[in-house]
Design a binder for this molecule. Sequence first.
Ligand code: AMP
Ligand code: MN
Ligand code: MN
Ligand code: MN
Length: 276
Amino acid sequence: MIDLHTHSTASDGSYTPAELISRASEAGITQLALTDHDTVSGLAEARSASIEQGISLIPGIELSARWGTQTLHIVGLGIDPSGDSLRKAITQTQQTRIDRGRTIGKKLEQTGVHNAYLHTCQLAGSELIGRAHFARYLVSLGLAKDFNQVFKRYMVRGKPGYAPAHWMEMDQAVAQIHGSGGIAVLAHPMRYNLGGSKRRKVVEAFAMAGGEAIEVVAGRTNAAEIEIVARLAFEFNLLASVGSDFHGPDKPWVQLGKLPRLPSNCQPVWQQHSFN
Ligand code: AMP
Ligand code: MN
Ligand code: MN
Ligand code: MN
Protein backbone atom coordinates (compact mmCIF):
# COMPACT_ATOMS: atom_id res chain seq x y z
CA MET A 1 0.00 0.00 0.00
CA ILE A 2 1.23 3.44 -0.96
CA ASP A 3 0.18 6.78 0.53
CA LEU A 4 1.67 9.95 -0.93
CA HIS A 5 -0.08 12.66 1.11
CA THR A 6 -0.03 12.77 4.93
CA HIS A 7 0.41 15.26 7.78
CA SER A 8 2.14 15.29 11.16
CA THR A 9 2.37 17.69 14.11
CA ALA A 10 4.91 19.63 12.03
CA SER A 11 1.77 21.16 10.48
CA ASP A 12 -1.86 20.37 11.38
CA GLY A 13 -1.67 16.59 11.85
CA SER A 14 -2.14 14.92 15.25
CA TYR A 15 0.70 12.37 15.23
CA THR A 16 4.34 13.29 15.55
CA PRO A 17 6.34 12.26 12.46
CA ALA A 18 7.69 9.17 14.29
CA GLU A 19 4.18 8.14 15.44
CA LEU A 20 2.87 8.61 11.92
CA ILE A 21 5.54 6.27 10.55
CA SER A 22 4.67 3.63 13.19
CA ARG A 23 0.94 3.85 12.44
CA ALA A 24 1.65 3.69 8.70
CA SER A 25 3.78 0.61 9.19
CA GLU A 26 0.99 -1.05 11.23
CA ALA A 27 -1.48 -0.18 8.49
CA GLY A 28 0.67 -2.05 5.96
CA ILE A 29 1.96 0.99 4.11
CA THR A 30 5.28 0.34 2.40
CA GLN A 31 5.85 3.74 0.80
CA LEU A 32 4.78 6.94 2.55
CA ALA A 33 5.18 10.62 1.72
CA LEU A 34 5.09 13.10 4.59
CA THR A 35 3.65 16.29 3.08
CA ASP A 36 3.14 18.87 5.82
CA HIS A 37 1.68 22.27 4.93
CA ASP A 38 4.43 24.72 3.98
CA THR A 39 7.13 23.09 6.09
CA VAL A 40 9.77 20.38 5.91
CA SER A 41 10.48 20.47 9.65
CA GLY A 42 9.03 16.98 10.27
CA LEU A 43 11.13 15.22 7.63
CA ALA A 44 14.29 14.53 9.64
CA GLU A 45 12.38 12.74 12.42
CA ALA A 46 10.28 10.89 9.83
CA ARG A 47 13.46 9.81 8.04
CA SER A 48 14.99 8.19 11.15
CA ALA A 49 11.71 6.51 12.08
CA SER A 50 11.24 5.20 8.54
CA ILE A 51 14.67 3.55 8.65
CA GLU A 52 13.77 1.88 11.97
CA GLN A 53 10.37 0.74 10.73
CA GLY A 54 11.55 -0.35 7.29
CA ILE A 55 9.19 1.99 5.42
CA SER A 56 10.25 3.84 2.33
CA LEU A 57 9.82 7.56 3.10
CA ILE A 58 9.35 10.07 0.31
CA PRO A 59 10.27 13.57 1.53
CA GLY A 60 7.40 15.86 0.63
CA ILE A 61 5.59 19.12 1.25
CA GLU A 62 2.14 20.56 0.55
CA LEU A 63 2.54 24.14 -0.63
CA SER A 64 -0.33 26.60 -0.34
CA ALA A 65 -0.69 28.44 -3.65
CA ARG A 66 -3.20 30.41 -5.69
CA TRP A 67 -4.45 30.57 -9.22
CA GLY A 68 -6.31 33.83 -9.62
CA THR A 69 -8.44 34.00 -6.50
CA GLN A 70 -8.54 30.23 -6.10
CA THR A 71 -6.44 28.65 -3.36
CA LEU A 72 -4.80 25.42 -4.50
CA HIS A 73 -2.59 22.91 -2.74
CA ILE A 74 0.46 21.66 -4.61
CA VAL A 75 2.21 18.61 -3.20
CA GLY A 76 5.92 18.26 -3.88
CA LEU A 77 7.28 14.69 -3.80
CA GLY A 78 10.93 13.72 -3.61
CA ILE A 79 12.07 17.20 -2.67
CA ASP A 80 15.46 18.02 -1.20
CA PRO A 81 14.45 19.70 2.09
CA SER A 82 17.69 21.64 2.30
CA GLY A 83 17.40 23.12 -1.20
CA ASP A 84 17.77 26.91 -1.45
CA SER A 85 14.84 27.64 -3.71
CA LEU A 86 12.46 25.66 -1.54
CA ARG A 87 13.74 27.30 1.62
CA LYS A 88 12.95 30.73 0.15
CA ALA A 89 9.45 29.66 -0.86
CA ILE A 90 8.80 28.20 2.55
CA THR A 91 10.02 31.30 4.39
CA GLN A 92 7.69 33.45 2.32
CA THR A 93 4.70 31.16 2.81
CA GLN A 94 5.34 30.84 6.52
CA GLN A 95 5.29 34.64 6.82
CA THR A 96 1.95 34.61 4.99
CA ARG A 97 0.69 32.08 7.56
CA ILE A 98 1.86 34.21 10.47
CA ASP A 99 0.27 37.38 9.02
CA ARG A 100 -3.00 35.60 8.30
CA GLY A 101 -2.99 33.99 11.75
CA ARG A 102 -2.73 37.42 13.39
CA THR A 103 -5.59 38.72 11.25
CA ILE A 104 -7.73 35.71 12.13
CA GLY A 105 -6.92 36.36 15.80
CA LYS A 106 -8.11 39.99 15.47
CA LYS A 107 -11.29 38.93 13.74
CA LEU A 108 -12.05 36.38 16.43
CA GLU A 109 -11.36 39.04 19.06
CA GLN A 110 -14.25 41.04 17.56
CA THR A 111 -16.57 38.10 18.13
CA GLY A 112 -15.53 37.94 21.79
CA VAL A 113 -12.85 35.23 21.61
CA HIS A 114 -9.88 36.76 23.41
CA ASN A 115 -6.23 36.16 22.51
CA ALA A 116 -7.09 33.41 20.05
CA TYR A 117 -3.82 33.84 18.14
CA LEU A 118 -1.68 33.46 21.23
CA HIS A 119 -3.64 30.52 22.60
CA THR A 120 -3.71 28.76 19.27
CA CYS A 121 0.07 29.18 18.84
CA GLN A 122 0.54 27.72 22.31
CA LEU A 123 -1.69 24.79 21.46
CA ALA A 124 0.17 24.19 18.19
CA GLY A 125 3.58 24.74 19.75
CA SER A 126 4.41 27.05 16.85
CA GLU A 127 3.55 30.33 15.14
CA LEU A 128 3.02 28.52 11.87
CA ILE A 129 -0.60 27.87 12.42
CA GLY A 130 -3.47 27.21 10.08
CA ARG A 131 -7.21 27.16 10.20
CA ALA A 132 -7.20 23.63 11.62
CA HIS A 133 -5.27 24.85 14.68
CA PHE A 134 -7.73 27.70 15.27
CA ALA A 135 -10.54 25.19 14.78
CA ARG A 136 -9.07 22.95 17.47
CA TYR A 137 -8.85 25.88 19.86
CA LEU A 138 -12.44 26.99 19.22
CA VAL A 139 -13.70 23.43 19.73
CA SER A 140 -11.75 23.28 23.02
CA LEU A 141 -13.62 26.42 24.13
CA GLY A 142 -16.91 24.67 23.39
CA LEU A 143 -17.82 27.10 20.59
CA ALA A 144 -18.53 24.22 18.21
CA LYS A 145 -18.89 20.50 18.71
CA ASP A 146 -16.43 19.27 16.11
CA PHE A 147 -14.20 20.17 13.18
CA ASN A 148 -16.91 20.20 10.56
CA GLN A 149 -19.09 22.50 12.59
CA VAL A 150 -16.29 24.86 13.54
CA PHE A 151 -15.19 25.20 9.92
CA LYS A 152 -18.74 25.92 8.78
CA ARG A 153 -19.38 28.46 11.52
CA TYR A 154 -16.03 30.22 11.71
CA MET A 155 -13.28 29.25 9.33
CA VAL A 156 -14.65 29.54 5.79
CA ARG A 157 -15.11 32.59 3.57
CA GLY A 158 -17.82 34.91 4.89
CA LYS A 159 -17.52 33.63 8.47
CA PRO A 160 -16.10 35.55 11.43
CA GLY A 161 -12.81 33.65 11.74
CA TYR A 162 -11.90 33.73 8.06
CA ALA A 163 -9.14 35.85 6.56
CA PRO A 164 -7.83 35.46 3.03
CA ALA A 165 -4.15 34.69 2.54
CA HIS A 166 -1.93 35.90 -0.27
CA TRP A 167 -0.30 32.60 -1.18
CA MET A 168 2.33 32.31 -3.91
CA GLU A 169 1.23 31.79 -7.52
CA MET A 170 0.70 28.20 -8.59
CA ASP A 171 3.43 28.53 -11.26
CA GLN A 172 5.86 29.64 -8.60
CA ALA A 173 4.97 26.72 -6.33
CA VAL A 174 5.56 24.27 -9.18
CA ALA A 175 8.87 25.95 -10.05
CA GLN A 176 10.07 25.87 -6.42
CA ILE A 177 9.27 22.16 -6.17
CA HIS A 178 11.17 21.52 -9.39
CA GLY A 179 14.04 23.68 -8.16
CA SER A 180 14.40 21.35 -5.19
CA GLY A 181 14.40 18.24 -7.35
CA GLY A 182 10.78 17.30 -6.68
CA ILE A 183 7.71 16.31 -8.67
CA ALA A 184 4.65 18.61 -8.50
CA VAL A 185 1.26 17.03 -7.79
CA LEU A 186 -2.07 18.86 -7.81
CA ALA A 187 -3.64 17.84 -4.48
CA HIS A 188 -7.27 16.74 -4.00
CA PRO A 189 -8.72 18.33 -7.18
CA MET A 190 -12.31 17.52 -6.19
CA ARG A 191 -12.10 19.44 -2.93
CA TYR A 192 -11.88 22.97 -4.31
CA ASN A 193 -15.57 23.60 -4.67
CA LEU A 194 -15.23 24.24 -8.41
CA GLY A 195 -17.61 23.43 -11.23
CA GLY A 196 -16.47 21.02 -13.94
CA SER A 197 -15.31 23.63 -16.44
CA LYS A 198 -13.36 25.72 -13.91
CA ARG A 199 -11.79 22.55 -12.51
CA ARG A 200 -10.69 21.57 -15.99
CA LYS A 201 -9.12 25.03 -16.46
CA VAL A 202 -7.23 24.68 -13.17
CA VAL A 203 -5.87 21.29 -14.21
CA GLU A 204 -4.92 22.65 -17.62
CA ALA A 205 -3.09 25.61 -16.05
CA PHE A 206 -1.30 23.25 -13.67
CA ALA A 207 -0.15 21.06 -16.57
CA MET A 208 0.93 24.18 -18.53
CA ALA A 209 2.96 25.29 -15.50
CA GLY A 210 4.89 22.02 -15.75
CA GLY A 211 3.06 20.06 -13.03
CA GLU A 212 3.60 16.33 -13.49
CA ALA A 213 0.87 14.56 -11.53
CA ILE A 214 -2.58 14.82 -10.01
CA GLU A 215 -4.19 13.04 -7.05
CA VAL A 216 -6.61 10.73 -8.78
CA VAL A 217 -7.29 8.92 -5.51
CA ALA A 218 -7.47 11.35 -2.59
CA GLY A 219 -8.98 11.03 0.88
CA ARG A 220 -12.78 10.92 0.84
CA THR A 221 -13.15 10.50 -2.92
CA ASN A 222 -15.86 8.24 -4.29
CA ALA A 223 -15.75 6.12 -7.46
CA ALA A 224 -17.43 8.79 -9.61
CA GLU A 225 -14.93 11.45 -8.49
CA ILE A 226 -12.00 9.14 -9.12
CA GLU A 227 -13.32 8.62 -12.64
CA ILE A 228 -13.58 12.37 -13.28
CA VAL A 229 -10.00 13.00 -12.17
CA ALA A 230 -8.69 9.94 -14.03
CA ARG A 231 -10.13 11.47 -17.23
CA LEU A 232 -8.50 14.81 -16.51
CA ALA A 233 -5.18 13.05 -15.89
CA PHE A 234 -5.50 11.32 -19.24
CA GLU A 235 -6.56 14.47 -21.08
CA PHE A 236 -3.66 16.55 -19.75
CA ASN A 237 -1.11 13.75 -19.76
CA LEU A 238 -0.58 13.84 -16.01
CA LEU A 239 0.69 10.99 -13.88
CA ALA A 240 -1.61 9.71 -11.15
CA SER A 241 -0.98 9.97 -7.43
CA VAL A 242 -2.70 8.38 -4.45
CA GLY A 243 -2.84 10.18 -1.11
CA SER A 244 -5.14 9.92 1.89
CA ASP A 245 -4.43 13.44 3.24
CA PHE A 246 -4.37 11.74 6.62
CA HIS A 247 -4.28 14.22 9.53
CA GLY A 248 -4.91 11.94 12.49
CA PRO A 249 -7.40 9.53 14.01
CA ASP A 250 -9.42 12.37 15.53
CA LYS A 251 -9.92 14.25 12.26
CA PRO A 252 -12.83 13.58 9.95
CA TRP A 253 -10.72 12.19 7.13
CA VAL A 254 -9.96 8.71 5.90
CA GLN A 255 -7.69 6.43 7.88
CA LEU A 256 -4.17 5.46 6.86
CA GLY A 257 -3.85 2.59 4.43
CA LYS A 258 -7.51 2.57 3.39
CA LEU A 259 -7.67 3.94 -0.12
CA PRO A 260 -9.39 2.79 -3.28
CA ARG A 261 -7.20 1.50 -6.10
CA LEU A 262 -6.13 3.63 -9.03
CA PRO A 263 -8.10 2.97 -12.19
CA SER A 264 -6.07 0.73 -14.49
CA ASN A 265 -5.75 3.33 -17.26
CA CYS A 266 -3.78 5.68 -14.95
CA GLN A 267 0.00 5.90 -14.88
CA PRO A 268 1.14 5.79 -11.24
CA VAL A 269 3.57 8.57 -10.42
CA TRP A 270 5.66 6.23 -8.23
CA GLN A 271 6.36 3.96 -11.19
CA GLN A 272 7.76 6.82 -13.27
CA HIS A 273 9.86 8.38 -10.51
CA SER A 274 11.95 6.62 -7.94
CA PHE A 275 12.06 9.58 -5.49
CA ASN A 276 15.44 8.60 -4.17
P1 AMP B 1 -5.13 26.42 5.90
O1 AMP B 1 -4.09 25.86 4.99
O2 AMP B 1 -4.57 26.93 7.19
O3 AMP B 1 -6.04 27.41 5.24
O4 AMP B 1 -6.05 25.24 6.38
C1 AMP B 1 -6.43 24.20 5.51
C2 AMP B 1 -6.57 22.95 6.35
O5 AMP B 1 -7.75 23.05 7.13
C3 AMP B 1 -6.76 21.69 5.54
O6 AMP B 1 -5.52 21.13 5.20
C4 AMP B 1 -7.47 20.81 6.53
O7 AMP B 1 -6.55 20.29 7.44
C5 AMP B 1 -8.35 21.78 7.27
N1 AMP B 1 -9.73 21.88 6.72
C6 AMP B 1 -10.13 22.57 5.64
N2 AMP B 1 -11.48 22.48 5.47
C7 AMP B 1 -11.94 21.72 6.49
C8 AMP B 1 -13.23 21.27 6.90
N3 AMP B 1 -14.33 21.58 6.22
N4 AMP B 1 -13.31 20.51 8.00
C9 AMP B 1 -12.21 20.22 8.70
N5 AMP B 1 -10.97 20.62 8.38
C10 AMP B 1 -10.83 21.36 7.29
MN1 MN C 1 -4.39 20.30 6.87
MN1 MN D 1 -4.70 20.20 1.14
MN1 MN E 1 -3.03 17.84 2.99
